[in-house]
Design a protein. Structure first.
Length: 94
């Protein structure tokens, strides 16, 4: 599958924003742990969509399980696990 120019730019911007969120999770500022974990969750979601070529070609298949290669599947699962962990930590005020 060959990506068109706009799809390549979208993929680069997804990886760029994922890297920003990943960097924010390990920034030296003092923020709550649940904010850092939520930042990691968003990073995993951006990497999931950016690394799934079929998602960029056909957006209707972007987050359908049967069309995902193994790495985007793992990142998608990591997104939900980190999101749930962040929510629990926020509710417990950890």
């Amino acid at each position: 599958m060959q990506l068109q120019l706009g799809q390549k730019i979208s993929r680069i911007s997804l990886f760029f924003f994922a890297s920003i969120f990943f960097g924010c999770a390990f920034a030296p500022e003092v923020v709550a742990a649940n904010v850092r974990i939520f930042s990691l969750a968003l990073s995993a979601l951006f990497y999931c969509v950016g690394s799934n070529r079929s998602a960029l070609i056909s957006p209707t298949k972007s987050l359908q399980w049967k069309f995902m290669p193994p790495i985007p599947r793992a990142l998608f699962l990591a997104f939900f696990q980190l999101l749930a962990l962040s929510a629990v930590m926020m509710l417990l005020d950890v």
